[in-house]
Design a protein around this ligand. Structure first.
Ligand SMILES: [Zn+2]
Length: 185
């Protein structure tokens, strides 16, 4: 490391310690030429996640592109921006958690589709139409059929629609004679 005082290139490390909760190593160095001391900071170099596109070319993963894609599909739909951001960030975290340094763009598309299915059906169909390259109306009809088949059970959906986040998963215990039959007999 070049000495910031005299420009000398030879130094010795006099102290090393973990910093920033283990995210960095700080080293105290002493210049062999002028004997003045200075510090350096060592951090892990970010490992770039590359996206392999359909044509085989590669580009760095870009969260903004994912967000833009989801937002296009959610245009004029009642999907909060926070939900779009959250979905995109969760996806990035999962992709970065795998050891792989490359990810297929089609795999990203599938993850976006899965996330949109839970967010908004119209947004899902819009994204699917581009992702699956729909050519005719029957493609949409087929996809809607798939969507219906794989949708969660009705009870959960209606609960989500009303937005009653605090409502308990189980219905309240019925109050009345029916509920007490066990005790009274
Ligand atoms: Zn020096």
């Amino acid at each position: 490391m070049r000495c910031p005082y005299c420009g000398g290139l030879d130094d010795r490390v006099v102290d090393s310690r973990a910093a920033e909760g283990g995210q960095a190593i700080r080293r105290r160095r002493e210049c062999s030429k002028c004997a003045r001391r200075f510090s350096t900071r060592e951090v892990v170099e970010e490992i770039p996640l590359m996206v392999v596109k359909r044509n085989g070319s590669r580009e760095p993963f870009d969260l903004a592109k994912i967000v833009a894609g989801i937002e296009r599909s959610c245009k004029n739909r009642p999907v909060p921006t926070e939900d779009v951001q959250r979905v995109a960030r969760q996806m990035e975290a999962r992709l970065r958690n795998t050891a792989a340094k490359e990810v297929d763009s089609r795999a990203i598309g599938l993850r976006v589709l899965a996330a949109l299915r839970d967010l908004d059906e119209v947004a899902y169909l819009r994204f699917a139409s581009v992702y699956k390259d729909f050519q005719r109306i029957t493609d949409f009809q087929k996809e809607v059929g798939l969507l219906r088949k794989t949708s969660p059970p009705k009870s959960r959906r209606s609960a989500n629609r009303t937005g009653s986040v605090t409502s308990p998963a189980a219905p309240p215990r019925p109050a009345g004679p029916a509920a007490q039959t066990g005790r009274d007999s």
